[in-house]
Design a protein around this ligand. Structure first.
Ligand SMILES: NC(=O)c1ccc[n+]([C@@H]2O[C@H](COP(=O)([O-])OP(=O)(O)OC[C@H]3O[C@@H](n4cnc5c(N)ncnc54)[C@H](OP(=O)(O)O)[C@@H]3O)[C@@H](O)[C@H]2O)c1
Length: 335
């Protein structure tokens, strides 16, 4: 049996449960491609899956990782239109596959495999899958055109792209909220007009002051808990809060007073989940748009950390300790 290295989760728990293990190299079935992975994306959702705190419970043992970029290694039966060596983005999650990316090789349904243009690196392509597509679809779910928008966790993987795409989609003003001065400086570099540290007890007052007491028209919310409640309370009349974070799912409570306030202010609350919005054709068009924005310099992808496969636990630790900004990747060349 041919073997490969992978990060295997065989029990739920802290980052140390992620162990480098030698496992059988997967064989592509009919309609599948096998990719040699150059960059596997790490998402916040992975850290919750590792603890069995996510909406989807991984079967054990599992290889985490719902996205990757690499080259075609082998074609399964009946696959046409791809050649070995071709550079491919693999949004595994879009094909309903939340696992497999943290490995040297991964299988993907060929319908969801998207060629990467020459001007886009493996790292950038991987960063644009879950996080880029989420940011893009969030701006469609709640169009920022002409609006004042608030982006929470603005220095994160989704957040740093969302700040830029909101600006690109015509936001009148982008307010970025995050937890440290460094992250806020980074959000400004990404194009935020106003930055607010939401660990400051008076952050809601600062947003109110920056919006002449009206509040943001749209809040893109991923944090949950008190940040979510405060974000809802500061929303402008007729405003929209879009709830999309996994942390949010863990810590979200709305009481009767919150709902009454929403009713009387004609506000709306929208849920957002990326995967159900994607089709094979739509995916190609969306990634084409994101790759084009990167190639033209209109969208900047920041890789906040490259780790070798064996350092997946350290990458998870940094992400859940809020130490990172931009995208974290497991890459071959980080070894
Ligand atoms: N609904 C969907 O389809 C969908 C798709 C993609 C992502 N998401 C969600 O979007 C959110 C962002 O994902 P991401 O992968 O881009 O992660 P990320 O934003 O790069 O990292 C998470 C960030 O959340 C903030 N945070 C606030 N409270 C935290 C806490 N208690 N523990 C850890 N972090 C905390 C931190 O920023 P500060 O230090 O600045 O607070 C941290 O850097 C996640 O909740 C993810 O599940 C949802």
């Amino acid at each position: 049996m041919t073997m490969m290295n992978a990060i295997v989760l065989d029990r739920f728990g802290d980052p140390d449960t992620l162990r480098l293990t030698s496992v059988a190299k997967p064989k592509p079935g009919a309609g599948q491609l096998r990719l040699r992975v150059n960059a596997a994306g790490i998402n916040f959702a992975d850290t919750l899956m590792r603890q069995d705190r996510y909406a989807v419970t991984p079967p054990l043992p599992s290889i985490l990782g719902s996205e990757a970029a690499g080259v075609v290694d082998t074609l399964g039966e009946s696959v046409t239109g791809f050649v070995p060596g071709q550079r491919i983005a693999a949004p595994l999650f879009a094909a309903g596959q939340y696992y497999g990316g943290y490995a040297e090789y991964v299988l993907i349904d060929a319908n969801y495999a998207v060629p990467i243009p020459a001007e886009v690196s493996f790292d950038t392509a991987a960063a644009l899958l879950v996080q880029g597509l989420s940011a893009l679809h969030l701006t469609r779910q709640a169009s920022p055109q002409g609006k004042t928008v608030l982006v929470n966790a603005a220095a994160g993987g989704v957040g740093s792209l969302l700040v830029q795409l909101a600006r690109h989609a015509g936001a009148a003003r982008v307010i970025a909220a995050a937890s440290t001065a460094d992250k806020l400086a980074f959000a400004r570099e990404m194009g935020a007009d106003i930055t607010v540290n939401y660990t400051d007890p008076d952050w809601a007052g600062q947003v109110a002051e920056a919006t002449d007491g009206v509040g943001p028209d749209i809040v893109y919310e991923s944090v949950g808990g008190a940040i979510c409640t405060a974000s809802l309370a500061m929303l402008a009349p007729k405003g929209q809060i879009v709830i999309y974070g996994a942390l949010n799912i863990q810590e979200f409570a709305l009481g009767v007073p919150d709902l009454l306030a929403m009713i009387f202010k004609n506000q709306s609350l929208t849920g957002f989940a990326l995967a159900p919005l994607l089709t094979p054709e739509g995916l190609k068009a969306d990634l084409g748009e994101l790759f084009g924005l990167v190639a033209s310099g209109a969208l900047r992808v920041t890789i906040g950390g490259r780790f070798g496969l064996e350092a997946a636990a350290e990458a998870h630790r940094q992400l859940e300790q809020r130490e990172t900004r931009g995208k974290l990747l497991l890459t071959r060349d980080a070894d």
